[in-house]
Design a protein. Structure first.
Length: 374
């Protein structure tokens, strides 16, 4: 099968690297998605093990369409009956960009009509009940090129199952995992998130340190698909557990809101990493560093969401002053503030652009500690 993993902007390369480490074949990184090929076992393995992808989808058809008739005929030619049974539900959603066909609602209606005719003809019925398992169809039309896919994940892969309730400005789990991967954290250093919120960064760091697959504690849509063997899921989970590490990890999250600290503890327990993560109350701009050296990865409050912009900038200035001489700490801080370096008091060694939901952000990476040493 041809498989697609949609990604948050900026995470495509990391997701591609993950798929290669999982021994997937024909991995190809594109804008906001990664493609690869594989069988049912690969599909299950990707769903369970991917940290930075948003979902796993099977490509059903790819073709050019500049008119509704071309769109209809392209879908009509797809082998939908190989994946969707006679009683299957098949809702349609998607998006269009830079194409002749730009009305999402009209494209949805055309694809639904073509899929209904195809399945009706193949199953010899004039009416499809759609009373069975849900098979979510997804389309993208980009530069007049149509990709019709079947979602196998259900809920997005960023929903690991440990964070049922977030705080006011939650960070996507996939983005948190990407930040930890970019820091090159391997479980040896002290890792600290001084604005832990709901604990996402610390929890994702613990999952990475333990090499625990993020999808072990959740379900996937394709588990209900008749063509997906149950053995594929069982094998993928067994292999994932066999690859886990056990070690003495030093991971800490802190926050000046006791409610966030309590929520982080609860989420860590749900994720099964409460044994290697600690959380405590503390003001990031005043509290002592928890170790002589380590890695700081954090998502401090943004001005447009949780604080007035001036207050957020004041916080960045205070944090920069507090960490000015933390020479043995590498720092990875994500924020939507375009002048963050000015307020923090230091130019980042590297920057990387991301989107946290719909908010454009930059990850500021301070890794060259010699610049601050005399």
């Amino acid at each position: 099968m041809q498989l697609i993993v949609p990604c948050l902007f900026g995470l495509e390369g990391l997701a591609g690297d993950e798929l290669r480490r999982l021994n997937m074949e024909n991995v190809r990184v594109e804008d906001r998605r990664v493609l690869f090929t594989g069988d049912e076992n690969a599909l299950a393995k990707a769903n369970i093990c991917l940290r930075t992808g948003e979902r796993v989808m099977v490509v059903l058809a790819q073709f050019q369409a500049k008119t509704f008739e071309e769109l209809f005929q392209g879908v009509l030619a797809a082998n939908l009956e190989d994946y969707i049974p006679a009683d299957g539900q098949f809702p349609v959603k998607g998006h269009c960009l830079n194409s002749q066909l730009m009305s999402v609602s009209d494209c949805q209606a055309i694809i639904k009509k073509a899929a209904s005719r195809r399945l009706g003809e193949k199953y010899g019925v004039s009416w499809l009940p759609e009373t069975g398992v849900k098979f979510q169809l997804h389309f993208t039309i980009l530069n007049d090129q149509v990709t019709l896919s079947l979602d196998t994940s259900g809920q997005g892969l960023h929903k690991r199952g440990y964070r049922a309730i977030g705080n006011d400005a939650p960070l996507h789990e996939t983005l948190a995992a990407g930040m930890v991967q970019l820091s090159k954290y391997r479980g040896r250093e002290f890792l600290w998130d001084p604005f832990c919120g709901s604990g996402t960064i610390a929890i994702e760091a613990a999952l990475i340190a333990k090499n625990r697959a993020p999808g072990l504690n959740r379900n996937f849509a394709a588990e209900n698909y008749p063509w997906m063997p149950k053995e594929a899921w069982e094998q993928a989970k067994t292999e994932a557990r066999d690859r886990e590490f056990n070690g003495d990890y030093r991971i800490m999250g802190s926050d000046n809101d006791p409610a966030c600290v309590s929520l982080s503890f609860a989420n860590a327990r749900k994720a099964g990493v409460a044994d290697c993560v600690t959380f405590k109350d503390g003001d990031a701009t005043k509290m002592s560093l928890p170790a002589e050296s380590g890695i700081i990865i954090s998502n401090p409050p943004y001005g447009e969401r949780m604080m007035e912009q001036n207050s957020a900038r004041g916080l960045y200035s205070a944090l920069g002053r507090h960490l000015k001489f933390a020479n043995d700490w590498k720092k990875f801080i994500i924020t939507s503030e375009p002048e963050f370096e000015h307020y923090f008091g230091r130019r980042a060694d590297k920057k990387r652009k991301f989107y946290n939901g719909k908010i454009k952000c930059d990850l500021y990476m301070f890794t060259d500690n010699t610049r601050r040493k005399k």
